[in-house]
Design a protein around this ligand. Sequence first.
Ligand code: SF4
Length: 373
Amino acid sequence: MSLNHVRPWRDIYRRKSRQIMVGNVPVGGDAPIAVQTMTNTLTTDVAATVAQVQAAAEAGADIVRVSVPDEASSKALKEIVRESPVPIVADIHFHYRRGIEAAEAGAACLRINPGNIGDEKRVKEVIKAARDHNCSIRIGVNAGSLEKHLLEKYGEPCPEAMVESGLEHIRILQDNDFHEFKISVKASDVFLSAAAYQGIAEATDAPIHLGITEAGGLVSGTIKSAIGLGNLLWMGIGDTIRVSLSADPVEEVKVGFEILKSLGLRHRGVNIISCPSCARQGFDVIKTVETLERRLEHIKTPMSLSIIGCVVNGPGEALMTDVGFTGGGAGSGMVYLAGKASHKMSNEQMIDHIVEQVEKKAAELEAAAEAAE
Ligand code: SF4
């Protein structure tokens, strides 16, 4: 459940799942919902890939996935793992050898479907490599690559076919006494994804990796993901999420966090509450928020900031935020601290002043958290 139990209409009851480890990041059980992304550089370009992993981690990614399509990538993976501040998941398709190499290279998790890598002997070899190297596995069912026999049975990709595919892969791992796995059942269609995830959530207690695959560009993909993932997370389904966008991985991480923040499931950085602005605004709200978002990116401590154009909603919103600014008349507005009107500030100096106030508050909160440890 989230921390919102003082307001029961905000409660989310998370599905009870087993907990596994992806490197040092717990996934499932009562662990925070982990945010993932995936690099889009050539894996063999170690410097570019490490830079992207680091940028994603800096933006808040808990786990990063890297494609391993060939032997040269397996070799590069070893260096990437060594340099990465977060656990690396190796994305493997069909090639059982890549799976073994990735486990040996230090991947924290293999994204591989055991039913698609050949005969039993090969499956056993990959599972052994994963076990020997403390590597978990993500079964990744995708509506676009369902097994032929399931497409023949069901006629087209449908939730039942996706769940059945997932359970077949799970059975292979369980038959080999391997239980450190999580599962995803992705589709680019929101309805298909949501139904498949609900089905798999009922059919297994494995941790669930949520994603709407090939969701689209920054705006359309964000909306699709917010609807699809948001709906499932609200139902309590999902232990780790990846937002798939045709955009920079850092954007995926930001959107993932915003979805979780909107539902009160995770908190990170400054949550800015701002009005859309209108003729009543006492300062340029849109420009101010754009600037503040950029200037406050470095703050990781969860806190809230309200930036409201006028007194219609300003004082009310400021009541519930750590720092607030409400536009007033004559080129100045009111600064609120901990919900209370504190002092006036001119519009020209307001941005620097708000940044200062937020940094100060973040330092206070960090010191209090340290003292409590
Ligand atoms: S808070 Fe004031 S400025 Fe902002 S949208 Fe509402 S009325 Fe307009």
